[in-house]
Ligand binder design. Structure first.
Ligand code: FEO
Length: 396
């Protein structure tokens, strides 16, 4: 795709990955983009590169504007390989005067590519760099989501180049938020937050405070994945504020795996109970719902209810996978509970409850078990269990 001018003399020169469907365990049914930005100033500067297989496309995009060897500076906001995989070949071609990165970024570049010969220039938060007419202000964002991560702010343009922050995995021919359906865009942004940034929510809160204190005026946010926030930067900033506060809504996510549909029947009856008490719920059968989509639903839910049949004295493998994934992302402010059908030993509910407690979730009700197939009375018990949990949820 040809470069797109996003601000005066600032160009998107990234690439679109239409085909990726799995991003280290996060499902990406709509693909993604790896965004890079070229600033044409006295010092021509490239912000970020792209994943290794796309290096030729990046260089072609740059060539549509200028000979890559005329680039003076390269800024590496983040070293994860979706943004730096092409950097050895790209730097060999460009031969820049300087490569700007954080101190952690320099370490990470050395640990990935083992190139001592690159002209590293370490920068830190608050430091500025004049490109000629434009000034870059660096803002380290450690652990958002890697130790090396930083943002670059173009002061005159009020443009925040935000690395992974505010990104979305969505491959589109459009480049700006106002060119696509905003509701779909926000869904992709929330999925990104829930699956990449949720565990760093306290740091997101701190960063938003720092941006406010520094009085940074933000007219546009250009992330390294997905659409650029041209018309509604305040909308994504507000959403990040809400998501990072992890304020629970009157919503429950019921995820489960089932052997012979008994646990599924329990899940449906629990859903009925939740609804009767005015709680919105989502049923997620883990055989057909990807862990990253379940996580997206959990983002604003107040209750997480987990169902598992007992299999070989343990829980179902799909439930174990989901619990492991969820634990890493550290959702907060949730009440929780476990349920499931069993045949003779019935350990799953106890094991799931222990896993939820380990995640510091508040167990709203003791685990609920049903032997083999649930009777009408058993299902009534599930409805009541759902109602009791609903009553533990605040008003959202
Ligand atoms: Fe898009 Fe952390 O890489």
């Amino acid at each position: 795709m040809k470069p797109v001018e996003i601000k005066d003399s600032v160009y998107w020169v990234g690439v679109i990955d239409w085909n990726i469907r799995d991003f280290h365990g996060y499902s990406t049914p709509a693909g993604t983009t790896y965004n890079a930005y070229l600033v044409m100033d006295d010092k021509i500067t490239l912000f970020d590169t792209v994943k290794k297989p796309f290096k030729r496309a990046l260089l072609e995009n740059i060539r549509a504007l200028i000979d890559p060897r005329k680039i003076d500076y390269v800024v590496v906001n983040h070293v994860e390989m979706d943004h730096s995989g092409s950097i050895p070949e790209v730097l060999d071609e460009i031969q820049p005067e300087k490569v700007f990165c954080s101190a952690m970024g320099k370490n990470a570049l050395l640990e990935h590519y083992h190139r001592e010969d690159w002209p590293y220039e370490v920068v830190e938060s608050g430091q500025t760099l004049s490109l000629g007419k434009k000034t870059v202000q660096f803002l380290e964002t450690r652990m958002l989501h890697w130790p090396d991560s930083m943002f670059s702010y173009l002061q005159e343009d009020q443009l925040l180049i935000s690395s992974d922050g505010f990104g979305q995995h969505w491959a589109t021919s459009e480049r700006f938020d106002d060119e696509v359906n905003l509701e779909i865009l926000m869904h992709h942004a929330s999925k990104y937050y829930a699956n990449i940034l949720l565990l760093y929510s306290p740091l997101v809160q701190k960063l938003l405070g720092t941006v406010q204190e520094a009085g940074l005026k933000i007219d546009m946010i250009a992330p390294d994945h997905g659409l650029i926030w041209r018309s509604s930067p305040e909308k994504i900033l507000q959403a990040y504020d809400a998501w990072s506060r992890q304020k629970a809504q009157r919503k429950a996510v019921v995820f489960y795996d089932t052997m012979w549909e008994s646990t599924e029947k329990m899940a449906e009856a629990i859903g009925d109970g939740l609804r009767q008490e005015g709680v919105q719920y989502r049923l997620c059968n883990l055989k057909v719902t990807h862990r990253s989509d379940v996580m997206t639903e959990i983002l604003d839910a107040g209750a997480v209810l987990v169902g598992s049949s007992t299999l070989n004295n343990g829980m179902m493998p799909g439930v174990a996978d989901m619990l492991c994934y969820m634990k890493g992302l550290r959702p907060a402010n949730k009440v929780a509970g476990a349920f499931g059908s069993y045949g003779w030993s019935g350990e799953a509910v106890k094991l799931v409850t222990a896993a939820l407690e380990e995640m510091k979730m508040e167990i709203a009700e003791p685990g609920l078990r049903v032997k083999f197939a649930p009777t009408h009375e058993d299902l009534q018990g599930c409805v009541e269990w759902g109602k009791k949990i609903a009553r533990k949820l605040g008003n959202g």
